[in-house]
Write a protein that binds this ligand. Structure first.
Ligand code: NAD
Length: 378
């Protein structure tokens, strides 16, 4: 019988886990065995007992999970030690970050592992139930607002009190993809006056439908066929900076979420823009791990610039780990249904299926994904 293996995540900071008790029950109902390393759910408030009650078998350590499981489910890509524990023919599914981990991709191929990187799923309707980027970015957007508002020393909503009226805080969201749109919605719920920007023309309507005002500049053909943004030309960046510099000066909180897939995040907020803000203002760079949208932001550090603070928390979804794990685990379950259709004996790697083909990194000793061939590069 097929064994699905879950281990505690070893990369830091990471409190998420690739299964929930609810999803273990579903795997069992599908006829799959589930083997969970003891303590794997601790960061997500899932006890060993909860996993066991749902029908999982508990393993004393990660090594025994790697040794026995046919499929290893992960949140983040494997460490060198974990790669060393994987064996030929074993399946690995997770957010393997292949653009930044080409060496690991090559190593997985060498070990004969069949590895799937779920970030590479197309953003289509059929893929929505497994769309890990969306489920996690949505939570990142929410948590970014919570953290920025906690760091902001003034109150956010307008308050009319006997002692006087306090105006609502002004929040500006840069990048209105999944994370940015949730940041807008969350900031609105807290009573902030919200504005937002993006470079894709569709984003303007989405910003407005959430009750925020669009501010900014939309270059021509800025959206690619895949629905993502393309990098801006230096001339376009200059025009964008002119519009934003004027706006950012008057903002209390700025949250940046702009990304261009497979590339360094675009630098959008300059030091001068930060300096133009009032003391006590807060910026939070959700893109800090991919290079940062804000000049001067640093991973997991609070940088003060003349009384303005720049936050750069890494891995925001992990800061709401119980929720993030629950959604991520369901995404994985839905993806596994493609690999193990009902009644199947072993995995079915059907490369005719767009969702399988787009995520399959390595198979039968080779790097099979066209974007990552050519070996040991970065
Ligand atoms: P992302 O994380 O790649 O980028 C975040 C946002 O930053 C995007 O909106 C992007 O346009 C914006 N951005 C990039 N460069 C910028 C710049 N220089 N200045 C300002 N903004 C900039 O994007 P995402 O959140 O993964 O979403 C990408 C697309 O996928 C969106 O169109 C989204 O609606 C779409 N999507 C579709 C589905 C679906 O099921 N059909 C699901 C999820 C997302």
């Amino acid at each position: 019988m097929t064994i699905v293996g879950i281990v505690r995540e070893r990369r830091e900071p990471e409190d998420r886990v690739a299964a929930s008790a609810d999803v273990v029950k579903r795997y069992r109902a599908q006829g799959l065995e589930v083997l969970v390393e003891k303590g794997a759910g601790a960061g997500s408030a899932i006890s060993d007992q909860a996993f066991a009650q749902a029908g999982a078998e508990l393993a004393p350590d990660a090594a025994s999970v790697f040794a026995r499981a046919d499929v290893i489910l992960k949140v983040q890509g494997p460490t060198a030690q974990e790669i060393g524990r994987l064996r030929a023919g074993q399946l690995l599914v997770g957010m393997l970050d292949p653009y930044n981990r080409r060496k690991e991709v090559a190593a997985l191929a060498e070990r004969g592992v069949t590895a799937f990187a779920l970030e590479l799923l197309p953003r289509t309707t059929r893929a929505q139930a497994m769309d890990v980027l969306s489920s996690q970015a949505n939570l990142a957007g929410y948590r970014a607002v919570v953290e920025a508002m906690a760091a902001y020393a003034r109150v956010v909503p307008m308050m009319m009190t006997a002692a006087g009226t306090i105006p609502a805080a002004k929040v500006f969201v840069v990048g209105a993809g999944v994370a940015g749109l949730q940041a807008i919605a969350t900031a609105r719920r807290m009573g902030a006056v919200v504005t937002a920007t993006d470079v894709r023309p569709q984003a303007k309507g989405e910003i407005e439908s959430l009750g925020a005002k669009f501010v900014g500049y939309i270059p021509e053909d800025a959206a690619t066929a895949g629905g993502y943004a393309r990098p801006l030309t230096p001339e376009e960046q200059k025009r964008q900076a002119e519009v934003l510099a004027d706006h950012i000066r008057s903002q209390d909180i700025v949250i940046t979420t702009a990304q261009v897939p497979g590339r360094k995040a675009p630098r959008i907020v300059t030091k001068e823009m930060v300096r133009s803000m009032k003391p006590g203002s807060v910026l939070l760079d959700v893109a800090v791990e991919s290079g940062g949208n804000i000049e001067g932001s640093r991973a997991d550090k609070v940088v003060s610039v003349e009384g303005v603070r720049i936050l750069g928390p890494r891995n925001l979804p992990s800061r709401v780990a119980p929720t993030a794990s629950a959604l991520y685990a369901r995404n994985l379950f839905n993806f596994l249904a493609l690999l193990f259709p009902e009644g199947s004996e072993g995995p079915r790697i059907d490369t005719e299926d767009e969702l399988i083909r787009s995520t399959l990194l390595t198979h039968e000793g080779r790097v099979v994904h066209p974007d990552f061939q050519g070996g040991n590069g970065a």
